[in-house]
Design a binder for this molecule. Structure first.
Ligand code: ADP
Ligand code: ZN
Length: 458
């Protein structure tokens, strides 16, 4: 049941001791980078740490050798400043690197969903820890050596492909490094290699299903599939259920971001009730995105993460911009690492429509609860006579909807009414043919915000 029982079920107080030790090692390591070296040496940034930088020996170039901060209590971490995505961008390429390049064996990059990419470096130990975390995640959901794993996430700079690849190999599972796309070939492999486990973008899992229909295959009958890991993009509980139903499998939510390593930061266990955040490797906090204040347990806010074992590029209080909350209570699985709720979006993807705050995931949740509605949708926002206009284009479901034009109009009104009830604003709903909306091989782009003049959005 457990990949590393001792650490996964570790008593919370022992876990706190481990975290504090690792946190102090991390702070020391971080001080070796140009960015944190300067920040710690400046001291002004770090109120908890008055005097920590004092007496630091300076190197020949005037650069501090190692400016370090030491905490005596985990709570003191709150007094250190945040690290933001912009800090990473501004320090491109090597400002956060703590080791000589000869120790670095890998570079990954975030997919750049919201701007320029950032680069993340890994030493052999970093790669090893990451692989181990993925093995832990996979094992948690019941994957074993006998399984056949088809990895449909992108290989390359994106962490989804190689991250899971190394983890699956560590676990000892035969891995098919097929990457995304080429749906007929995917299905051919699924069928003939008797694949049992897949890793796939939720938007692609839904799209892939239409190819089964075209090929007159039923994934429930004609495959040996039993588990899917989905992640990398926000998705609702409704989407998870839909994928479980269509394929007749168990679907687990996988969360991560390149800045921490990639996937493997938090993962659902067999109970499927929130994602265990692996607290022996990451120290999580939830903050109010506006004030930066740490929120009381259970309140929804922005997830802030500090790495506890990263060597090449430790990050202190990194603002993920992802919105979630800690779930209360203990998980029946026996793991002691806290669980976070499914990510409902990023703090910066909230849409403000005529003063009303809306998250795209609310639109998805509402649409997916209507059976006649298909899998793909798109949100557009325009400005009209100084007012924001929200439009939702959504595909109808080929399998469920066979109605007349009048019934189509009825469905349109039904969808608009459901959205109005959920959002508090009235969207313009446009039903479109199945498979007519654009699809991407990577993360789905759902929001097009034209209010800024040219193409804005996420
Ligand atoms: P980018 O920030 O450019 O998309 P990454 O490839 O590092 O770069 O993606 C990490 C981000 O993807 C996370 O910060 C989060 O917003 C999103 N993400 C990853 N996994 C999930 C998940 N399971 N649910 C919702 N969003 C996710
Ligand atoms: Zn659990």
């Amino acid at each position: 049941m457990y990949w590393e029982k001792d650490v996964e079920t570790m008593d919370r107080s022992a876990l706190a001791v481990l975290q504090l030790r690792r946190l102090n090692e991390t702070l020391k390591q971080a001080g070796r980078s140009a960015f944190y070296g300067k920040r710690f040496a400046a001291g002004a940034d770090t109120p908890a740490q008055a005097g920590a930088a004092a007496g630091m020996p300076a190197q020949a170039g005037g650069k501090p050798a190692v400016a370090s901060v030491e905490l005596s209590d985990l709570e003191q971490l709150r007094e250190l400043p945040f690290t933001k995505k912009d800090d990473l961008r501004n320090a491109f390429p090597y400002g956060f690197l703590t080791v000589d390049l000869e120790k670095v064996i890998r570079l990954h990059s975030s997919s750049g969903t919201t701007g320029n990419p950032t680069v993340v470096f890994h030493t052999p130990d970093d790669i090893d820890h990451w692989g181990n975390l993925i093995a832990r995640c996979m094992y948690t959901t019941g994957v074993r050596k006998q399984d056949v794993f088809q990895n449909m996430m992108g290989y390359g700079l994106f962490t989804g492909g190689l991250g899971f690849h190394y983890g699956a190999e560590k676990l000892g599972v035969m891995t098919i490094p097929i990457g995304p796309g080429n749906s007929r070939r995917q299905i051919w492999f699924l069928k003939h290699l008797k694949t049992t486990v897949i890793h796939i973008l939720p938007s692609y899992a839904l799209r892939l299903y239409s190819f089964f229909e075209e090929m007159e295959l039923d994934p429930r009958e004609d495959l040996h599939l039993r588990i899917a890991f989905i992640g990398a993009e926000p998705h609702s509980e409704e989407i998870r259920k839909k994928i479980e139903e269509l394929y007749g499998i168990k679907v687990y939510n996988s969360y991560g971001l390149s800045e921490m390593c990639g996937p493997g930061v938090a993962f659902e266990c067999e109970c499927q009730e929130g994602l265990h955040i692996w607290e022996d490797h990451f120290y999580p906090e939830i903050i109010d995105p506006a004030s930066g204040r740490v929120l009381p347990d259970g309140e929804r806010g922005e997830l802030v993460l500090t790495t506890l074992t990263r060597e090449a590029m430790p990050l202190i209080r990194y603002r993920t911009r992802d919105l979630t909350r800690f779930l209360p209570g203990e998980c029946p699985c026996g793991r002691t690492h806290r669980r976070i709720d499914r990510i409902t979006g990023r703090s910066d993807d909230m849409l403000i429509i005529n003063g009303v705050n809306i998250f795209p995931i609310q639109i998805e949740k509402t649409l997916m609860a209507i059976p006649e509605i298909g899998h793909n949708y798109l949100i557009e926002i325009h400005k009209e006579n100084f007012m924001d206009k929200l439009s939702v284009k959504v595909e109808i479901s080929e399998e469920v909807f066979h109605g007349t034009l009048a019934e189509l109009e009825k469905l349109q009104s039904k969808a608009a009414a459901a959205l109005r009830a959920e959002l508090g604003v009235t969207p313009n709903v446009k039903l479109v043919e199945p498979s007519s909306l654009p699809v991407s091989e990577g993360k789905a782009r759902r929001v097009y915000d034209y209010r800024g003049g040219e193409e804005g959005g996420l």
